[in-house]
Write a protein that binds this ligand. Structure first.
Ligand code: SF4
Length: 235
């Protein structure tokens, strides 16, 4: 999911119940929150409005990420179809992705898939000579474990939905309009069993009638400051 998509999601879901793509149970954003803390996942899905407001620093980070993503995409995939730009609303992302794929388009931005009730949107889905590849664009100069977690889930869902072997690559910011592209396919494959187990565990958590009884601790700020930090710490 692009930075702008995430930002739109965050802004929209502050005011409405965000279930406009009803054929999935949770998104990559929710999955990543679950990896950090069961309670954060549950609150995100069932009590979204309890989140802390976005800080100016977070907004600036979104903008920087969006600018970097735009620059990379324009430089490397000038003829790509951007699902975000052709869709009238987010309900259409998944079906439009299927239509664009049927037209044999080589490069797609925000290619959207659902598999095992999980939704992902790939920054880039590209194919060449029968080989398929997903790319996750990160406005960061170093590869982090969270980047691998991100693209490992995208790999799981995209591969499951497409039924194709994929390569997985992370695009990093090398400064001065340069990009470092790292093939993480091997690392991502190692995580696939773990992802399947996490998805099942998260479904069980979301099925519960009450908030998981998790105490505040070091997980509240690692790897990200939790979006319910204020709520939990005030309580
Ligand atoms: S603030 Fe801490 S305990 Fe509360 S939901 Fe977030 S990570 Fe979990």
């Amino acid at each position: 999911m692009s930075f702008v998509s995430e930002l739109i999601t965050l802004l929209l879901t502050n005011s409405i119940d965000f279930k406009i793509m009803p054929n999935y149970l949770f998104s990559k954003t929710a999955y990543i929150k679950g990896v950090q803390c069961d309670k954060q996942l549950y609150l995100y899905k069932h009590h979204y409005k309890l989140q802390d407001p976005l800080s100016p620093e977070t907004m600036a980070k979104f903008r920087g990420g969006h600018d970097f993503e735009d620059a990379y995409r324009a430089a490397k995939f000038p003829f790509a179809v951007d699902i975000e730009k052709i869709a009238k609303n987010r309900n259409e992302y998944q079906t439009l992705t299927q239509k664009v794929l049927q037209k044999q388009v080589a490069d797609i931005f925000e290619a959207t898939f659902v598999y095992q009730d999980v939704l992902v949107m790939n920054d880039v889905l590209t194919r060449s000579g029968g080989k398929w590849e997903i790319q996750e664009i990160k406005n960061s100069s170093e590869l982090k474990p969270t980047h691998i977690q991100d693209i490992a889930l995208q790999y799981f869902v995209t591969k499951g939905a497409l039924g194709k072997e994929l390569d997985a690559k992370i695009v990093l910011n090398d400064g001065a309009n340069a990009y470092t592209i790292i093939d993480v396919t091997a690392e991502v494959k190692v995580l696939q069993d773990n992802i399947a187990a996490n998805i099942q565990r998260f479904k069980n958590i979301l099925d519960q009638d009450s908030v998981p009884p998790i105490n505040i601790g070091s997980q509240c700020e690692v790897p990200y400051k939790c979006s319910f930090f204020g709520y939990c710490h005030k309580a």
